[in-house]
Design a binder for this molecule. Structure first.
Ligand code: HEM
Length: 349
């Protein structure tokens, strides 16, 4: 179990700014579907996809997400990020949940280098929700839909917007680590690289800036930003675009040498547990954590979007819900020809 430890804030000179938290990680009715399969036809995605086969699916998932949110709060950011990483590689098909086969030479998607920091609490949340749903509606609801619903629930539970989730995703059968890397953005990606990647998934510049607002909650490991603290672009100096108080605090949590590699710090130094638009105001104030976050304010193409969202929380909420819906449709599989419905999300076949 992870331990959440409170430390006195190194930034006591500011009333609104802190990075006080350090996390030390350990590491039914099946006839409709059957008929569709038999004929090779399948239904469109819709809000009421499971109305006949599992009408209570959202409540079932909701009972698990709300309990997890209370008892294991890191499940929220963990699940939202899990959904994002799933969608960006081979579409929103829950292939990221598949475990590597013991002894197999080809590791599964979840064991790719870019997925190694995905927290176990996200996987656990989906496994719990799936098991409850399977109890009530066996073999009906896909893991991919459960992941999409759970991510939405956590956005809302953390204080963010509630948006409707269309359902009807099937689970993907392919899960390989090898081709993951170019599909997941990195902390040092440039805006050009980010734009290229998001555009390739059918997302716009605005969608990209809006979705990055998910970094209003959650944590990052020191290794993701330590070059900004000590040796920015080989200069042996810190990144000039970083508030000196934040720099000092981050250096305390993340020493140049000999630090604990499991230490993480919050993305949002002002309201780390609240899903709000302060991520954007932080970027304006040089309080972004990753180089890729801060770059959204430095770049003249994305800066106006950051500024617009920083001053209008309702606009951010509305746009975030819409962008999550859009992201949740990437590469969706429908029908037996392209997918399956796994009973255990970690086991394919
Ligand atoms: C724009 C490009 C993005 C980059 C470069 C990026 C990169 C990262 C990195 C490096 C971490 C820290 C991982 C760690 O150290 O454990 C992280 C965490 C996180 N990311 Fe992103 N991300 C991006 C976009 C997104 C999007 C679109 C979402 C969701 C819609 C998202 C949601 C999250 C969340 C919630 C966390 C915190 C996870 C936790 O605390 O367990 N990110 N991201």
């Amino acid at each position: 179990m992870p331990r959440l430890t409170s430390h006195p804030s190194p930034l006591t000179s500011s009333s609104t700014l802190f990075i006080a938290l350090i996390l030390v990680c350990s590491q039914p009715n099946r006839s409709a579907a059957a008929a569709a399969n038999a004929t090779g036809r399948h239904r469109q995605m819709s809000l009421d996809y499971y109305t006949k086969s599992c009408p209570q699916v959202e409540q079932l998932v909701g009972s698990v997400t709300s309990l997890q949110f209370k008892e294991v709060p890191v499940s929220g950011p963990a699940t939202i990020r899990l959904f994002f990483h799933d969608c960006f590689f081979t579409g929103c098909d829950a292939s990221i949940l598949i475990a590597s086969k013991p002894g197999s030479k080809e590791p599964a998607e979840k064991d790719a280098i870019d997925n190694k920091d995905l927290r176990v609490e996200g996987f656990e949340t989906i496994a719990k929700a799936k098991s409850l749903v399977e109890n009530k509606c066996p073999g009906v609801v896909s893991c991919a839909d459960i992941l999409a619903i759970a991510a939405r629930d956590f956005v809302h539970l953390s204080g963010g917007p509630y948006y409707q989730v269309k359902k009807g995703r099937w689970d993907g059968r392919i899960s390989t680590a090898a081709r993951v890397p170019p599909n997941i953005p990195r902390a040092n990606s440039t805006v050009d690289q980010l734009l290229k990647l998001f555009n390739s998934k059918g997302l716009t510049l605005e969608d990209m800036v809006v979705l990055s607002g998910a970094h209003t909650i959650g944590f990052a490991h020191c290794e993701q930003f330590s070059s900004r603290l000590y040796d920015y672009k080989g200069t042996k100096q810190p990144d000039p675009v970083i508030d000196p108080r934040l720099l000092k605090a981050l250096r305390m949590s993340c020493p140049h040498f000999g630090g604990n590699k499991d230490i993480v710090v919050p993305f949002d130094v002002t309201t780390p547990f609240q899903f709000d638009n302060s991520y954007y105001a932080n970027l304006e104030a040089k309080l972004g954590l990753l180089a890729s976050d801060q770059a959204l304010f430095s770049d003249p193409r994305t800066r106006p979007v950051v500024q617009g969202l920083a001053k209008d929380k309702q606009k951010f909420f509305q746009a975030f819900g819409a962008a999550m819906e859009k992201m949740g449709m990437i590469g969706v599989k429908r029908g037996r020809k392209h997918g399956e419905r796994r009973r255990d999300c970690s086991l394919h076949g």
